[in-house]
Design a protein around this ligand. Structure first.
Ligand SMILES: CC(C)(COP(=O)(O)OP(=O)(O)OC[C@H]1O[C@@H](n2cnc3c(N)ncnc32)[C@H](O)[C@@H]1OP(=O)(O)O)[C@@H](O)C(=O)NCCC(=O)NCCS
Length: 329
């Protein structure tokens, strides 16, 4: 049997809605302050999608950018995976809607539901398809319209989230590429972060039915502790079998939930957060699955990732779920 191909990232893309909601804007909506939000989370502003702009719209724009960045055409893509917890509808899946919007023929398309870890989960699935020779150019998109599932009267959560999308195209590579992955889940503690119903359209339907839409419930303090431990453990679970230590990682591109969590994870890994952590939480807040995807795209765009570098994606979120992936650029 032929040796399985290695897979790597051929192109990256992102899309952020134009509207910016600042901490001062939030001061006028709930009892909060720029000072509290900045010091407790690291967030200064976030993007909010338009009323008629759905998750699949954000995803499609990010996807087009990633395909262009890879130097490919839509016709080269042979699978679409969308990581999201804010699907346009319960079904059809957001990935099927993206397939239609891209004009990507009848290629397989499905969603991955792993909340903030969704991008790493989606990449891990796509990696297997490339390695197994079943796909050449899968598209992995992480897209969220968190603004539709946030309770805008709950200061404990509404200051945290934002909308956006990031995407990558994978493909076979001769050297480097995806070196290792670690995924995990803990359904027992899943009640710490949940929402009963889903969908960027769902809240619209709920309004039509004259009932209150469901919104995010989060036990922030308990999650904080799980996040620090599980993100650090996931990182170690990926790099140790590769014979690598924290210092061998050129850049950590984490899920951006809270700057204090990320600094603690860096400390546990024995790396200098100022040098090795890629942060964009200040501009976008927590975009669930899209956070690490947008961060990855921006790290590439800003030249923070150079040829030969080993980059670590590291995410934690609802489920509970977590995932880390080492990629050589
Ligand atoms: C949500 C989070 C930022 C809250 O920060 P915290 O330091 O734990 O704050 P607490 O929840 O303990 O609240 C402290 C105080 O601030 C208040 N507070 C909460 N939100 C506030 C806001 N937006 N503005 C002002 N005060 C606020 C609380 O009411 C509380 O007041 P009290 O002491 O009078 O009761 C933090 O817990 C967190 O980031 N958790 C992890 C999130 C995560 O990883 N999620 C999973 C991935 S999505």
């Amino acid at each position: 049997m032929a040796e399985a191909a290695k897979s790597g990232i051929l192109g990256v893309g992102k899309y952020l809605p134009e509207r910016i909601l600042t901490n001062s804007d939030l001061e006028r909506m709930v009892e909060t302050s720029d000072e509290w939000i900045t010091t407790r989370t690291g967030i200064k502003e976030r993007r909010i999608a338009g009323e008629n702009e759905t998750t699949s719209d954000l995803a499609t724009k990010a996807a087009r950018n990633a395909i262009e960045d890879a130097g490919l055409q839509v016709s080269d893509i042979d699978m679409i995976i969308v990581a999201t917890i804010t699907s346009d509808n319960l079904f059809p899946s957001t990935s099927c809607m993206v397939q239609s919007k891209l004009g990507a023929g009848t290629i397989p398309a499905f969603d991955v539901s792993a909340a903030c870890s969704g991008f790493v989960y989606g990449l891990a699935v796509a990696d297997q398809f490339v390695k197994g020779g079943l796909c050449k150019h899968p598209l992995v998109i992480a897209a969220e319209k968190m603004s539709t599932i946030v309770n805008w009267e709950d200061r404990g959560t509404c200051v945290l989230f934002g909308d956006g999308a990031g995407a990558v195209v994978l493909g076979p590579v001769e050297e480097g590429g995806i070196l290792g992955v670690h995924l995990g889940a803990d359904g027992v503690n899943g009640q710490l972060l949940k929402m009963k119903s889903v969908g960027s359209y769902d809240s619209g339907l709920a309004r039509q039915a004259a009932r209150e839409p469901d919104t995010i419930f989060m036990e922030g303090n308990a999650l904080f502790k799980h996040a620090v431990k599980l993100m650090a453990d996931a990182a170690v679970a990926v790099i140790e079998p590769l014979g690598l230590k924290g210092e061998d990682i050129s850049l950590i591109v984490p899920h951006q939930a809270n700057i204090r969590i990320l600094n603690m994870v860096a400390k546990r890994l024995g790396v200098n957060p100022d040098e090795k952590l890629f942060l964009n939480i200040e501009k976008y807040g927590n975009m669930s699955a899209a956070s690490s995807a947008v961060a990855f795209a921006e790290a590439v765009e800003e030249g923070r990732i150079k040829k030969g570098d080993v980059v670590l994606l590291d995410a934690f979120g609802g489920g509970l779920t977590w995932g880390a992936m080492a990629i050589q650029w």
